[in-house]
Design a protein around this ligand. Sequence first.
Ligand SMILES: [Zn+2]
Length: 133
Amino acid sequence: MFRVFVRPNAVVSRSFRLSPAVKFESTAANNDEPIFDMENPFEKEKPQCLLCRLKIIPDYKNVKLLSQFQSPYTGRIYGKHITGLCEAQQKLVEAEIVKAQSCGLMAAYLKEPCYLKDPKLFDADNPIRPHRF
Ligand SMILES: [Zn+2]
């Protein structure tokens, strides 16, 4: 009915799978056999934003972190194209900044001077697309 011919050093495509009943004996002498249950070595790593990668959940009480997403000149919140955050994290950061500002923990029209020397999480001068502030 259905025969499978496999040459000893043949490259087996990933879509081609043998049934589990077909098993090869792996001995020290037969180490050149193809490996069937192998994860894709060419699979690209899923790109993650800064906060997802470090598993940081932005909180309105963490003003030091939130102020890093604020422009030191105008106090505006940087956009997604500057911060490089994913949609969900950007929305969360913006909501938490507004929450912190309404609580009086964060300034709205300027960055607190004590946070001006904090390390930069991203380069605001070279955004993905140009911005006007
Ligand atoms: Zn993310």
